[in-house]
Ligand binder design. Structure first.
Ligand code: FES
Length: 242
């Protein structure tokens, strides 16, 4: 868990919102609705657009670019939006607003619902890496040795080769897993290039060790493989960073 100071509560207009840049260059949106404050990712999950430039009526947040909308109390997608907002637990202490972050491993959908003991074993093999904006995590053709969980920042994916590369067209949220080919048989090489779009923090897990841990806990292994199958199916319509 980490706690990050964002702003003073007096800086947020009543039933209004504002984005702030915190350590590492990450943008966080703070909104007020009645007597409550909410904290979300400051950049639209669709494209690289600041949500603070959008519209907020005290209940629904609208991105001005393509009009995706979210319920401000939950971050759930409304109407056209195809993805929810990443939310942060908020703590207001003497007029100062902080966001509290759980570990990315705990937030990872792929590992949700598995036993605490197996979670702890995965935590032991996870290596935390801080990577500057622009750094390349892997190239097309690299070995699929590790999988990654995004703790903060943004990662972009390109598929294809040389000048014919093209954006894979998605943005990852905290807890999302990529490089999951490390868990698959018969996928020894990357088919995408992964690059940090801003300063990012990642958890990196050896695919081989992760599989060994899951094999020792068949219930967890089954749950993870079912989620992985669903993740792959979902991403087949939007090719991603395997
Ligand atoms: S960039 Fe926000 S909806 Fe498209």
């Amino acid at each position: 868990m980490s706690k990050i100071h964002v702003c003073k509560s007096s800086e947020i207009p009543a039933d209004g919102m504002k984005t702030f840049e915190v350590a590492g260059g990450r943008k966080i949106l703070i909104a007020n609705a009645g007597s409550n404050f909410y904290a979300y990712q400051g950049i639209c999950p669709h494209q690289d657009v600041c949500l603070g430039e959008g519209f907020f009526d005290g209940a629904v947040l609208t991105c001005h670019q393509h009009l995706w909308q979210w319920d401000i109390t939950t971050g759930a997608a409304v109407g056209l939006a195809e993805a929810p907002l990443e939310s942060y637990q908020i703590d207001v202490v003497e007029g100062e607003i902080f966001v509290v972050q759980a570990s990315a491993l705990k937030a990872a959908e792929l590992f949700a619902g598995i036993s605490d003991a197996t979670h702890d074993r995965l935590g032991e093999i996870a290596r935390r890496e801080e990577r500057p904006s622009g750094s390349v995590l892997y190239e097309i053709g690299d070995a699929t040795d590790d999988l990654y969980i995004l703790e903060s920042g943004r990662v972009d994916f390109q598929i294809g080769r040389d000048e014919r590369t093209s954006a894979a067209g998605f943005v990852l949220n905290k807890g999302e897993v990529f490089g999951w080919a490390a868990l698959l048989a018969g996928q020894p090489r990357r088919i995408a290039r992964a690059v940090c779009l801003e300063d990012s923090v990642l958890l990196r897990l050896s695919g081989e060790q992760t599989l060994q841990i899951l094999e020792a806990d068949p219930a967890a292994g089954y749950a993870v493989m079912r989620k992985l199958a669903s993740l792959i199916t979902r991403q087949l319509t939007t090719p991603t960073g395997k």
